[in-house]
Design a protein around this ligand. Structure first.
Ligand SMILES: C[S@@+](CC[C@H](N)C(=O)[O-])C[C@H]1O[C@@H](n2cnc3c(N)ncnc32)[C@H](O)[C@@H]1O
Length: 301
């Protein structure tokens, strides 16, 4: 039996977090997986609901599934990121909802009904699946879960056959990594992502002895300065908010992971200001492709 679960990282003071609450967000490395918890095994749930509808309903359904009948659920979200639709989402599961608003968020209090409606349906809709279109395992909520990201496609279009040992930082489902592994001269590829769902899909999509996939924050990982190459489509959102420093941190980390002369291939939205970080961390860099709002950069350590 688990006392309480917490999904997500609310701003300090926004909600009361039960003492000893177990973190269950897939975006926090080391957290537990709600999907692996037993039915009716949790006393209380506090959920910072994600904005995507399929992902949100999956998380709410999983939270209701693991709660004991009658146990309290607090679900909340920023008003402009799905907060206004939370009440209806919970009512669709048969919940009676009390709602209030403060600090630009909507808060919905409910208890787990004795017989919630459509749980299995919402869990099935948000579960990992093999996408016939993409040809890989994916899950709603993962970055670009139902299409090839146009920036990554642009990078794949100009990426040469790489050689030696490398890393894919923020590997997502592993589509870019699949492209890298097409080169037989690649001997090892470390793939890192902060999203457990992406990591689990990437492990299935990259069934190759040269690959090691890690669920980790790139900013906190080791940098031994011995890799031959890094590829990446760096994130620039943290918790749904644009964070240019995150992309800059990826650029700096990539340089620290490379040996002298090692190469980093990255793609970025044209408006992102990575040039200063590239100049500071790399010996040289050049734009190899530019179009549709993206720039592909080759940087040499
Ligand atoms: C722009 S997406 C690229 C995904 C994938 N490479 C592709 O091409 O489809 C950036 C990825 O970085 C991951 N990410 C975000 N912040 C991270 C962090 N601090 N450490 C590791 N991965 C992170 C996201 O989960 C996302 O999968």
């Amino acid at each position: 039996m688990t006392g309480a679960v917490l999904y997500g990282a609310p701003a300090p003071g926004l909600v009361d977090i039960p003492a000893g609450a177990v973190q269950v967000s897939p975006l926090i490395p080391g957290s537990q997986d709600l999907a692996a918890m037993a039915d009716g095994s949790v006393e209380r749930a506090v959920v910072l609901a994600p904005g995507g509808v399929i992902e949100r309903d999956y998380v709410l359904a999983q939270a209701l599934r693991v709660l004991k009948p009658g146990a309290p659920l607090l679900a909340f979200a920023p008003k402009d990121k799905g907060g206004g639709r939370l009440r209806k989402a919970l009512e669709a599961f048969g919940c009676t909802v009390g709602e209030d608003a403060r600090r630009h968020h909507r808060f919905c209090q409910t208890v787990r009904p004795a017989a919630p409606a459509r749980l299995a349906e919402a869990v099935a809709a948000g579960a990992p699946r093999l996408s016939p279109g993409l040809g890989v395992w994916t899950q709603p909520g993962v970055f670009s879960w139902d299409r090839v990201d146009p920036g990554s496609a642009r990078l794949m279009g100009v990426l040469p056959a790489l050689v030696g040992r490398g890393a894919d930082l923020g590997c997502g489902l592993g589509l870019l990594a699949q492209r890298v592994l097409a080169s037989p001269a690649v001997t090892a590829l470390g793939c890192i992502d902060i999203d457990r769902r992406a990591v689990e899909c990437a492990r299935r999509n990259l069934d190759d002895p040269r690959v090691e996939v890690a669920w980790a924050d790139v900013r906190q990982g080791p940098a031994r300065g011995d890799l031959d190459f890094v590829v990446m489509n760096p994130p620039f959102h943290d918790g749904g908010v644009e964070d240019k420093a995150l992309g800059v941190a990826f650029v700096t980390k990539a340089a620290a992971m490379l040996r002298r002369g090692g190469v980093c291939w990255l793609v970025a939205n044209r408006h992102l200001p990575y040039e200063q970080a590239l100049s500071a961390a790399f010996e040289s860099y050049a734009v190899r492709d530019d179009g549709q709002g993206y720039k592909v950069i080759e940087a040499r350590r």
